[in-house]
Design a protein around this ligand. Structure first.
Ligand SMILES: Nc1ncnc2c1ncn2[C@@H]1O[C@H](COP(=O)(O)OP(=O)(O)O)[C@@H](O)[C@H]1O
Ligand SMILES: [Mg+2]
Length: 232
């Protein structure tokens, strides 16, 4: 069986749960493998005090994300790629099963930074306001449910001339145990609006606080949305 060799490569991004590599054979795609080290974050699939922990599955980011992205692609085709990566399935790697996705790059070919990294480097988030509105419109129009919209899961694609597009690269789906928001459109929309209304003020106040400190970055078990390299 053919294995993609990642072990000797430097991941460009390391989140709490996954390591992300440029696909060795296709620079427009990335490969995400689950972290197996002891410092990774483990998430349970459902939130809420009512569900006993033993009823909750351990959440496999890659499997759940693939399912969500396929579902969206079936519904709307490649136009999803405006604000979401397209999913190309799984490939075996020397670090376990890897999920293959679009890799978001700026107009000059460098891997796009997360909002969290940009802000921490002094970028004024008001420059992303219209891109955020466009993303909001997209999520609502296509009724795309998300978890909490985190600044490290939104990457800002620099299109040149201070034009930006936001792409949600992680955090799709509905963490509720009973997915009623998926079944009942009006509840779905309400939930999306709630997520969107909360995320923007959080981005602004995070910027006002100066972003990620050096100290936090040093002691964190993940890269805090900072890229290790930009895939050049
Ligand atoms: N498709 C992508 N395009 C560009 N950058 C990405 C992409 N996927 C992940 N990244 C970067 O890698 C980091 C970690 O990836 P992520 O999928 O969020 O891991 P985790 O599931 O562990 O949180 C992100 O914060 C982002 O900066
Ligand atoms: Mg993430």
């Amino acid at each position: 069986m053919r294995l993609l060799e990642l072990k000797e490569l430097e991941p460009f991004g390391v989140g709490g749960r996954r390591e992300c590599y440029v696909h060795p054979e296709n620079p427009s795609r990335c490969v995400k493998v689950l972290r197996t080290d002891d410092r990774r974050t483990v998430r349970l699939s459902a939130k809420g005090g009512l569900i006993p922990p033993s009823w909750r599955r351990q959440y496999d980011n890659n499997a759940d994300e693939a399912r969500e992205l396929w579902r969206i692609h079936r519904r709307m085709g490649d136009s999803m790629r405006e604000h979401l990566p397209r999913c190309y399935g799984f490939e075996e790697t020397d670090l376990g099963r890897g999920l293959i996705l679009d890799l978001v790059r700026d107009h000059d070919g460098r891997i796009s930074c997360s909002i969290r990294e940009l802000i921490s480097r002094g970028f004024d988030p008001s420059r992303l306001r219209s891109a955020y509105e466009e993303l909001s419109k997209f999520l609502l129009e296509h009724r795309i449910l998300t978890r909490t919209l985190h600044d490290h899961n939104l990457v800002a694609k620099n299109l040149g001339n201070d034009c930006w597009r936001l792409v949600l690269i992680d955090g799709l789906g509905d963490p509720a145990w009973l997915p009623v928001a998926r079944w009942i459109p009006v509840l779905g929309r309400r939930k999306i609006i709630k997520r969107l209304d909360r995320a923007w003020p959080r981005i602004i106040s995070f910027a006002a606080g100066g972003g990620v400190s050096e100290q936090l970055r040093r002691k964190s078990s993940w890269d805090q949305g900072f890229l290790r390299h930009r895939g050049e």
